[in-house]
Every structure is written in C-alpha cells, then in structure tokens.
Write a protein that binds this ligand. Structure first.
Ligand code: SAH
Ligand code: SF4
Length: 344
C-alpha cells in the first residue's frame, strides 16, 4: 500500500488497529505533509516498533526520479519519474517571479488522442492512483522546502486527462487540501480538461473552489474534431453549454486554453469565431504558441500573429493573455520528455 493513497481517517483506523494511541496518526500525518519525510526512518518521534510496522505495510517512495532537466534560464525544472511498475510520468516546476507553480500528471499517457499533443500521441496506459498524484507534489514540496521555499500553485496540466481519472484526481486534491496536513488552498489548484462535459457538470455541482481550465483550440466543430477526437463525442455546443452552466452554478471564471498553430487557428477570422462562441461567458483565454511535437506537422504561431489574435479577441470583449511557453528547451511541453525517452 502506498502511504500517500490514504486519507487521515483511514490512517487513524490503521493506527488504532495496531493498538497505538490516536495521536500517533497525527504525528505520521504531520511527518508526511508538514515535514515532508520520505522514509519511515525519518519518523524519529515514533517508537521503533511503529516505524517498523509502517515500513512493513506502506510504500513511502512511489516515484524514482530518473532524469531532471533545467531550462537554460534555470527557472523551469522538469523531472521524469519511474513508477513502481516501471511506467514513466513527468512533472514540472516553474518559477516565475514569486510563483512556484507545479504542473502534475494524472495518467500514464492519455486516451484523448489530441493530434498535437505528445501525451496523446503515446496513447493510454493507466490511471495514476491518488497517492501517485500526491507524491509528485510532495517531491517538489520537499525540494523547495530544502531551499526555504514553497509551492504556490498547482496546475493539473501534465500527462493525462484529469476528468478521465476524476475520482483519483479529486481525492488527491482533497488530501493535499487537508488543513491538518499539507493545507494547500483549493483556489490555488487549476484543473485542465479537454472537455469531458459530464465531468464538467459534475464538477460544477460540487461547487469546489478549484479553478477550471478548458482546452478549446478551435471554435468550430470540424477543426476541433480534427485536432481533438473528444469533440466527436462532446461537441462545441455541448461543451460551451456545460461551461455556461459551470459559470452560472459556481460564479467562477473559466480559462480557455488555445495553442496557437500557424495558419490553422491563429488567424483573425478564428479569433472572431472564438469571440462569438464565448460571448457573454465569464472567461479568459490563455493563448500559447504550439509547442511542436514529432508526431504533428503544425508549427507555432509567431509573436506578431499571436498579438493580432489577442487584439481581435479583446476588441470583441474577450480578455486574453499570451503565454510564451517556458521550458521549451527542456521539452517541458505536455508529455514531451516521457515520449522522447520511450521513443528512443
Ligand atoms: N488533458 C488536459 C490537461 C493536460 S494537457 C487537457 O488537455 O486540457 C495541458 C494543456 O496543454 C492543454 O491545454 C493541452 O491542449 C495543451 N497542449 C498539449 N500539447 C500541446 C502542445 N504541443 N503545444 C501547446 N499546448 C499543448
Ligand atoms: Fe490528453 Fe490533454 Fe494531451 Fe489531449 S492535450 S491528448 S487531453 S493530455
């Protein structure tokens, strides 16, 4: 069993079944989520017998970093991890100004098959458990802790479709949110989905404070279906109405992601179409030049065309920011490092 897979009440039950006083569960939880201890040996505040019991029952270390790359500017670090079954995932730490943003994975590969995405090109292998998701955060929390620094934001935008692994993803967020443990505020998480509308509606109904981002990339069904097969199942009409419901129910703003691909979706006409689609919706567009991948022929937009795209959106009342991708030199695009490793 992986220690990060269990919630506090389950830990309390286990500790009780070992005839240990309840406060031992608090000590273990604090050790894990406040001190970032990584092995039973570090829990020197526990009796040796209990440490041995913990070591006998739980795995503490599900992720073995096999490769870490730092971007040339030193601000982005991407790490490839080997899981216990030998599969690989990646997670990224980005340092902008005072922000320390983690980008974490929820699946090995992805079943959504977006043509432009390195993870999509890999196909789907399996879901990560909640503990495997939590462990990515703990890895970087520990690393930053050693530098007297902390994680400030977590984006669920690494490998995989979080809403295709809904329960484990949300369980991981809840565990990281636990006030007696890591206590990471719900508002500092962002989940990004390719547009699984039943899950968007479920998420809306749960009225969480977690931010939602939706990967749009095209404003008409033909183009979107050609890039994102999920659009054949949940088309734009369904997607945008699910998004409108989300905003109505939660009062929260949605971020739409748009990878600008030269000559495909970066024209003023596409920007106008997008503005029409999003009219009256509490939202914001995050446009990012495409990060080219080996399996997809499209090219990144230019800065000029990106600025034009943004201008057209804003003239039509849709706020837009352009994020020039960080960490391109270390293949920090979604799934790129893992696919590069396995394809060699
Ligand atoms: N599966 C989720 C979250 C992971 S992908 C989703 O699709 O939203 C995170 C973001 O990276 C998505 O917006 C996705 O469309 C985008 N993305 C994937 N490959 C990309 C690439 N090569 N260039 C730019 N953005 C990319
Ligand atoms: Fe999966 Fe997201 Fe990549 Fe699409 S963009 S294949 S949904 S990880």
């Amino acid at each position: 069993m992986l220690i990060y897979d269990i919630d506090f009440p389950e830990l309390v039950e286990i500790v009780k079944s070992w005839n240990q006083p309840a406060f031992r569960a608090n000590q273990i939880w604090t050790g894990l989520y406040k001190n970032f201890w990584q092995s039973p040996d570090e829990f020197t505040n526990l009796p040796k017998t209990l440490r041995d019991q913990l070591a006998g029952v739980f795995h503490f270390d599900p992720l073995t970093p096999t490769l870490s790359l730092d971007s040339l500017d030193g601000m982005t670090r991407k790490t490839l991890f080997k899981l216990q079954d030998g599969r690989q995932i990646e997670a990224v730490l980005m340092r902008y100004d005072r922000r320390r943003t983690l980008c974490i994975s929820t699946q090995v590969g992805c079943a959504m098959g977006c043509t432009f995405c390195a993870t999509g090109q890999m196909g789907f292998t399996r879901n990560l458990s909640s503990g495997e998701i939590v462990a990515q955060v703990m890895y970087y929390a520990r690393l930053l802790h050693a530098e007297a620094d902390v994680v400030t934001n977590i984006v669920v935008m690494g490998m995989g479709e979080p809403f295709h692994n809904y329960d484990n993803t949300l369980a991981a967020i809840d565990r990281l949110n636990n006030p007696d443990g890591y206590n990471f505020g719900a508002r500092r998480f962002t989940i990004s989905t390719a547009g699984l509308t039943p899950a968007i509606r479920r998420f809306a109904g749960e009225k969480r404070q977690v931010n939602l981002a939706v990967s749009l990339h095209a404003a008409d069904n033909n183009l979107r279906s050609s890039m994102m097969p999920v659009n054949k199942k949940y088309d734009l009409l369904d997607l945008i109405s699910a998004c409108r419901e989300y905003v109505e129910i939660t009062g929260r703003r949605i971020t739409f992601e748009w990878a600008l691909i030269h000559g495909i979706n970066d024209t003023p006409e596409e920007a106008l179409k997008l503005a029409g689609l999003l009219k009256g919706l509490l939202c914001h567009v995050n446009a990012i030049p495409l990060n080219p991948t080996t399996g997809y022929a499209g090219k990144a937009t230019t800065r000029e065309r990106a600025e034009d795209f943004k201008r057209v959106l804003e003239q039509n009342g849709i706020p837009c920011t352009i994020r020039m991708r960080r960490g391109i030199d270390i293949q920090a695009g979604c799934g790129q490092l893992a696919s590069h490793q396995t394809n060699r």
